[in-house]
Design a protein around this ligand. Structure first.
Ligand SMILES: Cc1cc2nc3c(=O)[nH]c(=O)nc-3n(C[C@H](O)[C@H](O)[C@H](O)COP(=O)(O)OP(=O)(O)OC[C@H]3O[C@@H](n4cnc5c(N)ncnc54)[C@H](O)[C@@H]3O)c2cc1C
Length: 385
């Protein structure tokens, strides 16, 4: 195979691993760096719901929708049985008008969505406690969830099978950046024609090394009260009659998780990286109770673990993908909904870097829209998936 030129990818979460696999598969000589082991950042704890359910404006909806297709296409050739779960999503709502309006908009846009009766919800997901005649419900058959740990493992293996090198720990921790040069905490300097930063929530720290004047502002995550962190709770064991699909209600979101567990999140669990453990444990117990009231199979379940994890949320909620203004030698990719988007974005990124031709689909997401923004990390609301 023809080797094009050396490329360093910083960050081996779902996005960086997919980008590394895409670039290596396209013939680039890739070095993938991570300060930790691959997949130990946000991706590890993500709800990992692949969807474009409530995402706008239309181009961003379409970008996410392309994400659904990209995973479906990738799965057969990447041992999808280990990580791809196209099980569909049942949503119960208190605001039937909002749900109907959303389903209407989504179907107009060609997205698979249908308002359903409570009876059908109970048939689609027998583990659901009957929500009551007249309850507002909808069915989103094309949505899926991914198991990010086995997925990232396979993406990294795909990259190494195509000749990529993976460096982790101090050998993978990037401490300084310059045009064509990446220095790691182990003191090594790597020469690279292309440097791609996929460092998730740590992206502003990396871009500041390259160009302090051109920040990539993320919703703040490290201060008390920050909205980017979210609580994830895993409970089990789940009996055989437990749920098989994604389920969303106004009080709880849940899906199966390996090891006989359920993965739970709640929209109102307002926690941050400073929330005391006692409060986190309280929330974990509360989410278990909510899940017990929602689905069957949790009679023997206890909290198996909880974790506060951080959404890498660009300040305007939209993906940031492209060359950093003032430091064009650094290509940046950071996004919320990164699990939904990684397969599709990685294809677009690999095509741009290999051919040099900009992808029209990425035009709304270029980092130069933040040029002149003073803060590196700003306040804002981090919602949605
Ligand atoms: C609670 C929660 C629920 C979510 N639910 C969904 C969902 O349902 N659907 C969805 O699509 N998205 C969801 N997301 C968002 C999604 O999980 C993220 O967008 C995605 O995981 C980001 O992946 P990433 O690869 O960009 O970042 P990460 O997975 O965080 O990877 C970044 C990597 O960069 C490495 N790194 C950092 N600094 C350095 C350095 N200096 N040198 C070398 N390596 C470095 C880190 O070690 C890490 O491995 C959710 C997020 C949260 C927090």
């Amino acid at each position: 195979m023809v080797r094009l030129h050396p490329c360093v990818v910083i960050g081996a979460g779902v996005l960086g691993a997919a980008v590394a696999a895409g670039l290596a598969g396209a013939g680039m000589r890739v070095t993938l760096l991570d300060a930790d082991q691959p997949g130990r950042g946000t991706s590890r704890w993500s709800f990992a719901w692949v969807n474009s359910n409530d995402k706008g404006p239309r181009p961003y909806h379409d970008l996410n929708r392309a994400g659904l297709r990209a995973w479906a296409e990738l799965a057969p050739g990447l041992d999808g049985a280990a990580w791809y779960r196209p099980v569909g999503n049942v949503e119960l709502a208190t605001d039937g008008a909002e749900l109907s309006a959303r389903v209407h908009r989504l179907t107009e846009w060609g997205y698979a969505a249908r308002v359903i009766e409570a009876d059908e919800a109970a048939v689609l997901e027998p583990a659901l406690f009957y929500p009551g005649r007249g309850a507002a419900a909808a069915w989103f058959p094309a949505e899926a969830y991914l198991l990010t740990e086995p997925l990232i493992e396979r993406l990294v293996t795909s990259a190494t099978d195509h000749g990529a090198t993976v460096m982790t720990g101090d050998r993978g921790r990037v401490t300084s950046l310059a045009p064509g040069r990446v220095r790691t905490a182990a003191g090594e300097v790597l020469a690279a024609d292309e440097i791609v930063c996929c460092a998730g929530r740590w992206t502003p720290q990396l871009t500041a090394l390259a160009s302090p004047a051109c920040p990539v502002p993320l919703v703040s995550w490290d201060t008390p009260g920050a909205t980017a962190p979210g609580l994830v709770v895993r409970v089990g064991p789940v009996r055989a009659e437990g749920p098989a699909r994604l389920i969303h209600t106004p009080r709880i979101a849940l899906r199966p998780h390996p090891g006989g567990l359920l993965h739970l999140e709640a929209p109102d669990a307002a926690v941050d990286l400073h929330t005391p453990q006692t409060e986190l444990r309280h929330w974990a117990g509360e989410l278990l109770q909510r899940a017990r009231r929602t689905v069957r199979g949790l009679d023997d379940a206890a909290v198996a673990g909880h974790q506060v994890c951080v959404r890498p949320m660009p300040a305007d909620g939209q993906s940031v993908v492209g060359r950093l203004p003032g430091a064009e030698w650094l290509y940046v990719a950071v996004t919320h909904s990164g699990v939904t988007l990684a397969a599709h974005l990685s294809r677009l990124i690999a095509a741009e870097l290999v051919t040099g031709a900009p992808a029209a689909e990425l035009a709304p997401y270029r980092p130069d829209r933040f040029a002149g923004t003073a803060a590196v990390s700003i306040s804002g609301h981090a919602t949605g998936r």
